[in-house]
Design a protein around this ligand. Structure first.
Ligand code: ZN
Length: 160
């Protein structure tokens, strides 16, 4: 009896809530990728090949978003390059107002629905809260930058 109490106490004292959440609830797990808006995918593929010392491991078009993407693996995370396929693409609109550069940060989550609910309860606003098919076999949602310090945040989980 005393032993059990002692164990509970140790968990309370030495594990932060965040750590427990990551272990048991598997919320935000890691930075899945950083999305970079580019004007010319071919030119930037070559640039990032030189920078990272290896080529993109895949290229993929996402018709629904009108973007052409390429992916580079870097440790447990990835770099996603995004080129607009036409002027209606969010990337084209972004590049009309901004230079090429970091466009969004994507976090891997295990349970997208639960995570959307958790963040909604905390007052975060979403651009889309119904998951849609993204590149690299992921289901994705985006949080509105106005509720995340100006950073466009993507949550993604593996498509089942
Ligand atoms: Zn992304």
């Amino acid at each position: 009896m005393i032993k059990v109490k002692k164990t509970n106490y140790r968990i309370d004292k030495f594990c932060s809530l965040n750590l427990l959440q990551n272990i048991y609830l598997r919320t935000m797990m890691k930075i899945e990728h950083i999305g970079i808006a580019v004007k010319d995918l071919e030119v930037s593929n070559e640039l990032f090949r030189k920078l990272l010392g290896k080529p993109a491991y895949k290229e993929e078009s996402v018709e629904s978003e009108a973007v052409k993407t390429s992916f580079f693996e870097i440790g447990e995370s990835k770099i996603e390059l995004l080129e607009a396929m036409n002027e209606n693409s969010a990337i084209a609109k972004y590049l009309n107002k901004n230079r090429e550069g970091i466009h969004h940060i994507a976090f891997a989550v295990e349970n997208l629905e639960k995570e959307i609910q958790r963040l909604k309860n905390d007052g975060f606003e979403f651009i889309n809260e119904i998951p849609k098919k993204g590149a690299d076999n992921k289901l994705v949602v985006f949080l509105h930058p106005k509720s995340t310090n100006g950073v466009l945040v993507e949550l993604c989980s593996d498509e089942k």
